[in-house]
Design a protein around this ligand. Structure first.
Ligand code: ASP
Ligand code: MG
Length: 452
């Protein structure tokens, strides 16, 4: 299909190339994930792509992730040294991964005859709060990037990191945070587009590593993309989608290994989505299926069924800085005056949350706590659910036909999520993908990466 246009255009101006061809000069932010720069060959391939974008008459800012699985390897290393790394040192360690790739990419671009300069997050003006490991961007001051562009340079920025003005410390934005760096820079520089380059051709109706027949989505609203990202689709960092929506940055998710048109994430429903031929694109009822293996289920058993107990439990969890996802409270077992409350949270936050609950045992008065990491969450997402009846019926019938037992259910206006046993999750994803006719005839291409 041809490129959809949105009404967001800022820095665009006419320019005449040395060949005499008049082109529209755009400011493009390109972000390359770890699998796109996993080795020297990858760095050189990306360098060529970046140089081509500049040679076509654009101003180009590049955000890079750490090479391949570097971040995971650094985490493994740290865990071999200590089981209680100070959060500050963890950020010093992890931010090094992106410094390696940014410098190598700048070298590769210079070797090709174009000029590039690399910048750490703090040099690029990424100002965050002081929370190590999951810092939030509070300001972007890209004047050094702007100057580099004005001098005809390509600016390379280390993703996933920033600096706090209050603590003067280096911070990181949380796993997958380079996407958010790219969008924040695109917003601050008023870029025309933020291109997110990855190892598949765009956003698919399901993870092509689990469902090979998944289809590439041409355009998706940021509302649906937010639900997909929040439901575990790792293709885009959740905060990157939030940021893009808030600042109206059009996102184009595509492969760095092919020239195919990817998926456009359209910032707001009001933006007219039309192809270059002027055809309005209609949104499908269902946009996709996401899955998530990163959560655990906690059941607080035998909670006194009186007002204030749920509030007490969730206050304890909040004080432990845990992010709760699904919550289910059962009706109280007849005659006992006690009930069970279950919820899910990220596995990485499980230990702290359990310790906090046990510490509050006397205050809450529960009987026991059950903890289960062998769960998986599946979510079906589609803006059309609002106006199309029968989606839930099809959804639950498909799971029941496949004999898949459901543990928990939650919904939003445009999402249905269930928790199943971890071992059944992949099968459940394929069953639901098929039940909503999302399968394509051909297999999706996964160009690289381990999906780790
Ligand atoms: N390198 C970081 C990570 O692996 C950030 C990113 O890739 O976006 O999470
Ligand atoms: Mg990523």
């Amino acid at each position: 299909m041809s490129t959809p246009t949105t009404e967001v255009h800022n820095a665009t101006e006419q320019q005449v190339l040395p060949t005499g061809r008049a082109v529209t000069k755009q400011l493009i932010v390109q972000k390359f994930g770890g699998s796109s720069v996993s080795d020297a060959a990858g760095v050189k391939r990306v360098a060529k792509r970046v140089v081509d974008a500049q040679a076509a008459g654009n101003e180009v800012v590049v955000v890079v992730s750490a090479m391949g699985d570097t971040t995971d390897e650094l985490l493994d290393l740290a865990s071999q040294v200590t089981d209680s790394a100070p959060a500050r040192e963890m950020d010093m360690l992890l931010s090094a991964g992106e410094r390696i790739s940014m410098a190598l990419l700048a070298m590769a671009i210079n070797k090709l005859g174009a000029s590039a300069q690399s910048f750490t997050g703090s040099q690029a003006g990424m100002i965050t709060d002081g929370i190590h490991g999951k810092a939030r961007i509070i300001d972007v001051d890209p004047h050094r990037i702007r100057t580099a562009l004005d001098k005809g340079n390509i600016a390379i920025v280390a993703g996933f990191q920033g600096m706090s003005r209050t603590t003067n410390e280096i911070t990181t934005l949380g796993r997958g945070g380079s996407d958010t760096t790219a969008v924040a820079l695109a917003a601050a520089l008023e870029a025309d587009v933020c291109e997110i380059y990855t190892d598949v051709d765009g956003i698919y109706t399901a993870d092509p590593r689990v469902v090979p027949s998944a289809q590439k989505i041409d355009t998706i609203s940021s509302e649906e993309m937010l639900e997909l990202a929040a439901s575990g689709a790792k293709i885009l960092h959740l905060r990157c989608v939030e940021y893009a929506r808030r600042f109206g940055v059009p996102l184009h998710v595509r492969s760095s290994f092919s020239q195919h048109e990817g998926t456009w994430v359209i910032p707001s429903a009001e933006d007219k989505i039309t192809t270059q031929e002027g055809v309005a694109l209609e949104q499908p009822i269902i946009s996709g299926v996401a899955h998530d293996r990163s959560e655990a289920k906690v059941t607080v058993v035998g909670v006194p069924d009186i007002p204030g107990k749920a509030a007490a439990i969730f206050q304890v969890i909040a004080d432990a800085h845990s992010n709760i996802d699904m919550i289910v409270q059962n009706v109280s077992t007849h005659g006992t005056g006690r009930t069970d409350i279950s919820f899910t949270l990220p596995i990485v936050e499980g230990a702290d949350a359990l310790a906090a609950l046990h510490a509050a045992h006397d205050q809450i008065g529960f009987e026991t706590i059950e903890y289960n990491e062998q769960i998986g969450k599946l979510s079906l997402i589609g803006a059309g659910m609002r106006s199309h009846p029968g989606v839930s019926a099809t959804f639950f019938k498909a799971l029941s036909d496949a004999g898949i037992n459901i543990n928990m259910i939650s919904t939003s206006e445009i999402r249905i999520s269930v928790v199943t046993h971890a071992d059944l999750l992949d099968e459940a994803v394929r069953v639901i993908h098929n039940a909503f006719d999302l399968d394509s005839d051909s297999e999706a291409t996964v160009y690289g990466g381990t999906g780790r």
